[in-house]
Design a protein around this ligand. Structure first.
Ligand SMILES: [Zn+2]
Length: 416
């Protein structure tokens, strides 16, 4: 069954200019990263026809980096413009590599937050797989909230775990939560204070919180043009996240970078600041600042260079990965279906849908047996082995090229 829009299109002016003050610390000392572009408002909305995809709702970009708190944000983001009750497909359950990662986070979270017997809330639970994996390890009372949760597709064997389709509201719980999980939700919040206040103020005095977000450190290190989407309006460095959580009385327990450094994993609690030392992950705010400035100077030329490289060298390629990174890459670089015709994805819910605004059809891996592409562009190099094995099983041996490598090649020629 498909979820349809449950609310009418939000009546807001998407062109309205918000003041460029940092939403995290209110400072106005920001540098410009990328602006003057429009991209899909929802990366993962399912469009069932090319026509519908080409006319998908858009949002404006005006990405900046706050030099006061080391936080990147889209100053043109209008929080009221987002309605996650669209037909939204965020599941990555079809990847073994990703499942392995989630399993590892479950282990760590169980140990650090001691979830057994507690009341655990996950805000933005998506397909519910994380909360259920955690519950399989230990008994607890669990609540998952998500406005796009497709309740009929969540196979939930636990009587003490409830999924609620909607935004988080503490009134749905009998008592305040002991553990709050915020995985990949904070980057969608244009007003992080209001959101954190709403969620964290409802937690127990002894509560702990686990936050997972894409790390700005990683975005800069990997020159991620794919990061500039409308949905992801906020990117935290570890310092920005620390500041945001401390303002709500939650102090660092442990911080690490996971999923090959892409994600910032942050544990905090209301206990005294010196309760536990963090694990000594290397970090240098000045180095991050310098790298961000270099990235900012290069972005526009990088986009042009990558478009040129794809048009010249990879015109007959297919792109593997229809999730957020693939959609943003196609839109930021400006590649429509006359340059790259197909996008491949393992998730069956994405098959025969179309990429918002650029219009590529999403096909199953099996479709490639007919197409026999000589090159496959990978939106995420971490899945190289998994994808290579799938292609081999289909009797195909195309050249696999990571989009990230194309970006880095162009960057090298620009700085030469
Ligand atoms: Zn700031």
């Amino acid at each position: 069954m498909t979820l349809h829009r449950t609310l009418s299109e939000p009546q807001v002016n998407l062109e309205q200019r918000t003041p460029a003050a940092c939403p995290a610390c209110r400072s106005t000392t920001s540098i410009e990263l990328l602006g003057g572009r429009r991209v899909p408002r929802y990366n993962l909305e399912r469009h069932l026809s090319r026509e519908e995809a080409l006319h998908a709702p858009q949002g404006a970009l005006d990405f900046r980096f706050c030099t006061a708190c080391l936080f990147a944000f889209n100053a043109a983001f209008v929080p009221e413009s987002m309605d996650y009750a669209v037909d939204y497909e965020a599941s990555r359950a079809s990847s073994g590599y990703f499942k392995q990662y989630l399993d590892q986070v479950c282990e760590e979270l169980s140990a650090i937050c001691a979830v057994e017997g507690k009341r655990v809330v996950e805000v933005g639970c998506g397909d519910g797989q994380f909360l259920l994996s955690l519950r399989r390890k230990h008994p607890f009372e669990g609540y998952g909230f998500d406005p796009s949760a497709a309740l009929e597709r969540i196979a939930n064997p636990f009587a003490d775990v409830r999924f609620i389709r909607g935004y988080y509201g503490p009134e749905a719980l009998p008592h305040a939560p002991d553990v709050v999980i915020l995985r990949h939700i904070l980057e969608h919040q244009g007003d992080p204070h209001r959101f954190l206040q709403h969620v964290l103020a409802s937690a127990q005095g002894s509560a702990s919180v686990y936050v997972e977000v894409p790390a700005w450190e990683w975005v800069v290190d990997r020159l991620q043009l794919q990061a500039f989407s409308y949905e992801h309006c906020s990117y935290y460095s570890r310092w920005a996240l620390q500041r945001a959580l401390e303002q709500h009385g939650f102090f660092l327990e442990r911080v690490a970078y996971g999923f090959a450094d892409e994600y910032l994993q942050y544990y905090a609690s209301r206990r005294a600041r010196s309760a536990r030392l963090h694990d000594g992950t290397p970090g240098d705010p000045e180095a991050l600042m310098a790298k961000t400035e270099a990235f900012a100077r290069m972005i526009t030329d990088l986009i042009e260079g990558v478009r040129d490289a794809v048009c010249r060298r990879y015109r007959r390629a297919v792109l593997w990965g229809a999730a957020g990174k693939g959609t943003t890459f196609l839109n930021i670089v400006g590649l429509d279906d006359t340059t790259l015709e197909y996008v491949v994805d393992s998730n069956p819910r994405r098959h025969d849908t179309f990429i918002p605004c650029t219009g590529q059809r999403v096909v199953a891996p099996e479709f490639l047996a007919r197409l026999r592409p000589s090159q496959v562009l990978l939106t995420n190099p971490l899945y190289r082995q998994e994808i290579g094995a799938q292609l081999q099983a289909l009797g195909l041996h195309p050249e696999l090229i990571a989009v990230d490598d194309v970006i880095h090649q162009v960057a090298r020629t620009l700085s030469a």
